[in-house]
Design a binder for this molecule. Structure first.
Ligand SMILES: [Zn+2]
Length: 465
């Protein structure tokens, strides 16, 4: 039996409905689950008991990231795409991403998961949709094995692209696959990794990339396979007006209507972005229980627009937060994403549009709901012992203690977690990753990124800056 006691927690944000933050309590985790929350808990001493100091710390349910592309951590801050919109950004970066190798996937996963853990994220999805020719049977396995070894709760996607340039799509032909190849590999990954049990560490998601990079057949077949296996569906949707134009020209439909025709609505579906949903579509999302991953940093970075999240929430649509690919955001810091979500809707919608409680809800219970995980996102006995712990006794929060639960949202800049705990395991301690050398990860990632960029530059005869 492994036990973890957080003693004398300054502020415990449980996210249990109707419950205010608790002060001066202890939390005891037993075998990866929350056992007890209360004052002056006195568990029997023993070698299996670990104690962490909760004084001057705020503890949240571990944050849930609902949209990411870990491999993109290798292509951040590239001058050539500093200031271009999504389609140009993609067309330029496909040329670098086609150089992706298993080693590149491994190191980029370490970077992205490391950043997420360091910002209090304990569960993340990922969307790896680009499979260069020759890499078919390796990339997803390497990504999943690496992430699970780091201890995060993981919802990796078997992403896919099947509409290359020769068929009117955006990506080059050598990074797309046939629907047959994609379906076979999806089944293989589900059989190998998917765990439907509560408290699972790994659940597979099926995720064709976007309406402009896959064929309608693939969307339909993917939905059929997902439902026959009980796995969730995810893709990008309504991210830009260019996408809307593409769907009109290619299919005569708006993006959501096109997806609905292919069977892509329901409580087992969540879309990344949803910037351009209209009122009727928002009602339809609510009625069908279809979810949205809000990625404000990416939407601002690429100038895509501001998703109407206050409206989505009022309509009853389930919404989570996503850092999106680190190349569009150019960060995987989850708290920074929460800070952006807090601020961006106050311009345009109004200053009351996004209270801190709504941001915390999207980051925890909202994300948990999108992924179909009622056991995470709240701290209560019997739930998962997944926690994000932040120090409050820092200069960033001096004078901000009237509402300690909101301090990390309003003050400071994307702070590091003091501790991040997944299933009772301490993966970040004193603001550092446990068992991983950040400098070594930095240098390996830099070398790998540089090699990919150089190969792309040599082939194309252009500079990425
Ligand atoms: Zn994305």
């Amino acid at each position: 039996m492994a036990r973890l006691l957080l003693r004398n927690i300054h502020t415990l944000v449980t996210m249990v409905d109707g419950e205010e933050p608790l002060h001066g309590v202890d939390l005891l985790a037993v075998d990866g689950k929350v056992g007890e929350i209360g004052r002056d808990l006195r568990p029997a001493p023993g070698d299996d008991l670990r104690v962490l100091d909760g004084s001057w710390r705020v503890v949240y349910p571990g944050f849930v990231n609902t949209h990411h592309h870990l491999y993109q951590t290798l292509t951040r801050n590239i001058p050539r795409v500093h200031s271009v919109k999504l389609f140009d950004w993609l067309v330029n970066l496909y040329e670098v991403w086609r150089e992706l190798t298993p080693e590149a996937v491994e190191i980029s996963t370490k970077v992205g998961i490391g950043e997420l853990l360091l910002s209090g994220c304990t569960t993340t999805s990922d969307h790896l949709y680009l499979v260069p020719t020759g890499m078919e049977r390796e990339l997803h396995d390497v990504e999943i094995d690496t992430a699970l070894a780091m201890g995060v709760r993981f919802h990796p996607s078997r992403g896919s692209m099947s509409r290359g340039r020769s068929c009117g799509g955006l990506p080059p032909d050598d990074v797309v696959q046939t629907p047959d190849e994609i379906m076979r590999d999806s089944e293989r990954l589900i059989a190998k990794y998917h765990d439907p049990a509560p408290f699972a560490m790994c659940r597979i998601v099926l995720a064709p990339c976007s309406p402009f990079s896959v064929t309608t057949d693939l969307l339909e077949e993917t939905a059929r396979l997902a439902r026959s296996k009980g796995v969730f569906l995810h893709t990008h949707l309504a991210e830009t007006l260019d996408e809307e134009t593409f769907c009109h020209e290619a299919h005569g439909l708006r993006p959501l209507a096109y997806m609905e025709k292919a069977g892509w609505v329901g409580p087992d579906v969540w879309f990344a972005h949803g910037v351009w949903f209209n009122d009727d579509e928002i009602r339809w999302l609510a009625e069908t229980g279809t979810g949205v991953a809000h990625c404000p940093g990416s939407n601002l970075r690429l100038g895509s627009g501001i998703a109407r999240v206050p409206r989505l929430l009022r309509a009853g649509v389930r919404v989570g937060l996503g850092v999106d690919g680190s190349a569009s955001n150019d960060s995987s810091n989850f708290v920074r994403e929460m800070q952006v979500a807090l601020l961006v809707h106050r311009v345009g919608t109004g200053v009351e549009a996004m209270p801190p409680r709504d941001v915390l809800a999207m980051a925890t219970v909202g994300g948990a709901s999108l992924l179909g995980r009622p056991e995470i996102g709240r701290l209560r006995p019997g739930g998962a012992a997944d926690m994000a712990v932040f120090r409050l006794d820092r200069i960033d929060y001096a004078g901000a203690m009237r509402d300690p639960a909101s301090a990390i949202l309003f003050c400071g800049a994307g702070p590091r977690a003091d501790a991040t705990i997944v299933a009772g395991q301490v993966l970040v301690e004193n603001g550092r990753l446990v068992g991983h050398d950040e400098e070594a990860i930095f240098h390996k990632a830099n070398e790998t990124a540089e090699a990919m960029l150089r190969r792309a530059e040599e082939k194309l005869g252009v500079s990425y800056g």
